[in-house]
Design a protein around this ligand. Sequence first.
Ligand code: NAP
Length: 482
Amino acid sequence: MQRKQLLIGGLWREPTNAKFEEIRSPFDQRVIGEVSIAGLSDVESALVAAEKGAHLWRRTPAHKRVTILLKAAALADERAEEIAQIISAENGKAIGEARGEASRSGEIIRLAAFEGSQLYGSTLPLDANVGTGQEKIGFTLRQPVGIVVAISPFNYPALLVLHKLAPALAAGNAVVLKPARTTPLTALALAQCFLDAGLPEGVLSVLTGSGAELGDALVSDKRVRKVSFTGSTVTGEHISRIAGIKKLSLELGASCPVIVLKDADLELATNSIALGGYVNAGQVCISVQRVIVDESIMADFLNLLAPKVSAITTGDPGSVDTKMGTLISAKEAARVNATIQKAVADGAKLLMGGQIDGSIMQPTILTHVDPRSSIAQDELFGPAIAVSSATSVAQAIDLANSTSYGLGSGVFTRDVSAAIQAAREIDSGIIDINWTPLWRADLMPYGGLKSSGIGKEGVRSAVEEMTEVKTVVLHGQPWNPA
Ligand code: NAP
């Protein structure tokens, strides 16, 4: 087993405090690897290196950046199986899902490489402003922000790292990445693809260790011009309080609703919900948490849904027969289970599930859920859905909007008017008609409203948010027409 050093400005180095920690499988606790625990002096070294890296990379022509990113993408493709094995081992994700996640790596890097080569500006019609003649020319120029700090969560250790790294690098920024403490090995394997592709010194650092210890130093530093954070709303609020004057993207928590109207295709709706509530053991920000079903079709809906959910197999994440792997830890499984038991005590009915065995939880359906109760209002981040009823489109939309979050939502209906009404009235950053919110194309704008965050990811949006616009005006002298 290899002991991983810190990546400081593209060079592997021992952590200054010489501390390391083991990364263990959430399924059977076997040791997967060993990583460095960075300290505050390593943060300083990474930022010093990033200043030099940002200076160099910003002045590297876009076509050279593209060439390096395309090589990194090809390496990520070649190493997809190795990366999938690391994801499944350290995260507990079923190997089939881990392969799906790893196989998107190369494509995200390619999409970002393209967007980084498209930093167009615009020409300003200055003479339309009273008092300004044709002797002036104005245009906008886009440039990288400089140093981007990227902080990522455990649940998609490849995807969510790459949605920050790839656009930041493509746009010409230096990056200091702090991956989740439980899943750092995937981030290190991906970083190696960029190094092997020829990323110059200084441009990329990966600091493994504790977010609580390193976070404030990274986020509040004035040399950092952008913080791109994905994680819980609590941590996001803390970051927004201490960041100071810099760009911020916060991709935070959610309690995503799905509405099933009385004219819905119930086969489609139940197939989609049986996926959307349980992929990655429900540890997805766009997971289906609340299902709001028209009262008149409730019995048919549950009859169709129940066998599909009970067919989800759990167990060893490394086995191809396992559909749903573990939660990130036994502690998390116990927390999710306690929330479900509390919902039952508050009056919800347990249709299936609600048992845990270490870090594995059985897929769960709760019905008769009071939409104001904690199981509906607070983020669950586990493999359970909470079903409530509504009697009209308007009431269903009101319930969908009734939490402090607004990341994703889904609506099942064959009625175009109801779909348009829902698209206009639901306050969420992403709305899927005839699918659940658990769907993402890596190029689409992706981000939440309300307490689900600020800013958008998706490669084009991320490149935009990781660059600055300058306005340039050339002041000529008026001339006499010939
Ligand atoms: P988390 O506890 O907030 O951690 C996220 C990252 O922040 C980790 O790298 C963590 O480091 C770091 N961190 C912890 N304290 C910090 C601090 N004081 N300053 C700076 N960074 C700090 O979230 P999680 O449990 O890993 O992830 C689950 C959450 O992420 C859920 O709420 C989920 O909805 C959200 N999420 C949102 C999206 C989205 O697109 N909206 C996508 C995925 C996940 P350590 O690991 O070392 O603590």
